[in-house]
Design a protein around this ligand. Structure first.
Ligand code: IPE
Ligand code: IPE
Ligand code: MG
Length: 248
């Protein structure tokens, strides 16, 4: 699959982050149980990962499970964990063939041990790959991430390895799960809601945000291309004026 003609190959977002929402409502609209929607959502994940690699995106972050999602019914949480484990097992060979490196952000200590084992194995097996970074946000919450980072900074200040005067944006960046990856350029939320739901609160400060009513199980190549076309039509000013940007 080549880069579609409708996209400018010189202006592909380096990092795309996606809030994959709408599986449950999509299932309901088909008179099916919620897990049916999550299964169809996995097919979208496979497709979008493939596209991201082809389009030359460097990092694709997928919000797969939030800190708040632990509050869902036990059956649904169990179903999602099972799907995650199956996905990782089924996709390992593809990740290796397509030079995809898997990483994750979030409090993975909370995941069931068997899921964690598969996750850690996938991370290890794909560690040398360098075409696309697939970053799964699992048991992830932006606030929890900030608390963790702030605690670590506070410990360093207390022990004298860091001065409080050295705390700047770069320092905060280095104490987040995302220390090694660039901030998202494009943040997509499917499923019709217009909120961040505790996702990448620090990192998304200058992301272009794209909300679509398309439910995640229906978000496939065409919808992804449309989101990138919209991104490419935006002017990222970072506080400056349009005229300043044109002058360079
Ligand atoms: C997103 O779909 C998947 C997860 C949050 C794990 P939802 O399950 O939130 O679907 P809706 O929002 O209920 O339709
Ligand atoms: C956000 O979706 C989390 C993920 C997509 C993993 P939710 O469906 O959990 O968000 P809220 O609760 O509607 O804000
Ligand atoms: Mg939802």
């Amino acid at each position: 699959m080549p880069v579609p003609q409708s996209l400018d190959p010189a202006y592909i977002p380096r990092h795309v982050a996606i809030i994959m929402d709408g599986n449950g409502r999509w299932a309901k609209s088909h008179n099916k149980p919620r897990l049916f929607g999550h299964k169809a959502g996995v097919d979208s994940v496979q497709k979008i990962v493939e596209c991201a690699g082809e389009f030359g995106i460097e990092v694709l972050t997928l919000y797969a499970f939030s800190t708040e999602n632990w509050k869902r019914p036990v059956d649904e949480v169990g179903g999602l964990m099972g799907l995650l484990k199956n996905y990782l097992q089924a996709e390992l060979s593809k990740m290796l063939n397509n030079n995809i490196r898997l990483i994750c952000i979030g409090n993975i200590k909370k995941l069931p041990q068997d899921v964690r084992d598969v996750l850690e194995n996938t991370i290890k097996e794909t560690a040398a790959n360098d075409k696309l970074i697939l970053n799964l946000a699992l048991s992830y919450g932006g606030r929890a991430e900030l608390i963790r980072g702030i605690k670590s900074i506070a410990d360093k200040v207390r022990s004298g390895t860091l001065k409080s005067s050295e705390i700047d944006e770069g320092c905060i960046d280095r104490h987040l799960y995302t220390a090694d990856i660039p901030d998202p350029d494009l943040l997509i939320r499917t499923g019709g809601e217009a909120r961040l739901s505790n996702f990448l609160l620090w990192q998304a400060s200058y992301a272009e945000i794209y909300f679509t009513d398309t439910m995640w199980p229906e978000f496939r190549e065409k919808a992804f291309v449309d989101a990138i076309i919209e991104y490419q039509s935006r002017e990222r000013r970072f506080g400056q004026t349009s005229a300043q940007l044109i002058k360079g």
